[in-house]
Design a protein around this ligand. Sequence first.
Ligand code: GTP
Length: 601
Amino acid sequence: IDVKRIRNFSIVAHVDHGKSTLADRLLEITGVIKPGNENAQVLDQLQVERERGITVKAVTASLNYSYNNEPYLLNLIDTPGHVDFSNEVVRSVTACQGVVLLVDANEGIQAQTVAVHSLAKRNDLVILPTLNKVDLPRADPEKVKNQLKSVFKIEPSDVLQVSAKKGWGVEELLKAIITRIPPPNVDTTDHFRAHIIDTWHDKYRGVLCLAYIHSGTLKMGQTVKWKSDVKQHTVKYLALLRPSEESITEAMAGQVVMVGLGTKGGGSVGDTLLSPEATDGKDTTVPAVRHMVYAGIFPADQSQHTQLSDSIKKLSLNDSAVSVAVDSSPALGQGWRVGFLGLLHLDVFTQRLLQEYKAEAILTAPSVPYKVKVKGAKIIKHYKGEDVIVTNPMQLPDVSNIVEYYEPFVIGTIISPVEYIGAVNTLCIDRRGNPLPSNAVDDQMTMLQYILPLSEVVMDFHDTLKSITSGFASFDYQDYGFHPSSLVKMDILLNGVIVDELTSIVHISRLEYNARTLTARLKEMIPRQMVQVAIQAVVGGKVLARETIKAYRKDVTAKLYGGDITRRKKLLKQQAEGKKKMRSVANIKIPRNTFIDVLKR
Ligand code: GTP
């Protein structure tokens, strides 16, 4: 096939605006699947996607389509809709020359429409604005065309209209993909170079990679090497994904293909695959991922450590957005500190661990990463630079060495009906937000933007926003980097001894509230002991909140007075075993479950 007849494109949209349904129609028209199965959603392969009805992984399909009697190869790269998975969207667009920007003709522009539009703009992609769901009686294409004009300056005459469900307008869309999106601008005669946009693990064949070929050709059996390594490998598997595999013997620049180098071949997202004689001139790197939320993951039982470790390794190969570091805690044992893009990402990751790998894990409360500037960096051996990123409050350097704290901020975009603007502004200000200029979408909807601390957004911002606007507002955010902030380290002490696992980093405006609620929760959860227990929340030597648990002598055998001796022994043995699972702080025995409950969200 001639490169001029390749089109690489992606469908981008707000959640539920119909990407997967449209992808199904495209697959039908191009003969990949049989028509009639309305809710097939072929590209949503993972179980968790089916259950939640959202697309998590970006999946590719190479489609054959004939236009003016010429054969075309259309590479559709399906992308997830949710903000947490925006890195998958970012990766997909690096292989694309254009996007179908899908907007529900009933709902109109939503926060995520704004985000994906600006992503496409930043990457110089051709945008095909397309209204979907025009079959719905309440659809108002003219109104949404006006929104597209006022927010993105898109001319109404450039806007396509489809019903992905009914299949209306889909042929016209395919024609627009061919006539309006340019072919990839690549050199097929140069040395082979490809970058990896996705990887997954196959039990028998090892790592399989989805690669976008930037230059040259790739043949089955050919020798290749990774940019990051001198070792040479042989191409063992080469296929088009339609979306099921179709083996091929050769692929060329401009194509998106599946490549496997066998069980020892390796491969990771963002890496570059080269022919041995290629010097890596061109920059084909994929943008780095920024982790927004960290949480501890521990095996439910330490005996399951190896199995969980294995599962996490395999899953993180497929979900390259996570970062995994070894972590341990006296209370919870050996585990990992895992970085996620957001809370939904965290949920999906743990759900996939459970469903695909049958691994049960305990999750600690998620927190955002912080940054601190330390003085005399050289004398603190452990840290290289002046700035230290802290992903676990337990690992904060000695506060006397901290010159300044920084926390991550985001630019939040909210699209809301005008009648809720007051409530939305109140919420944002309450969450320490700083307003940016707002914009009218039309006479009923407004776009508000705020600079917000990420820590205030990741917890329940989205849910609260939905509930104060009766579900009508939408929200999306983009990274705004680290900025100085009035943060402090809050310790929890039991009878004067710090419990590392319960240390947190708190903004001063939230200090009193957090100190009171945490000590009160601990009072409820820690069982009574032989001695009185004082629970204190302390910042810089000052006690902010205090609770006391009265002493209590617990004798489990008391009620068996005069009872059967074997029964009595059995009970004492059970009690002794229970103690093994305890973490002891200042002679206070705290069951592992208490930590799990306090640290869980
Ligand atoms: P995410 O993967 O979560 O981002 O969603 P999506 O954008 O892929 O949306 P999906 O295709 O799952 O469609 C969401 C809902 O809209 C489903 O219930 C579809 O049946 C429905 N839908 C999609 N296209 C149309 C359409 O043209 N008309 C009507 N009436 N409903 C549609």
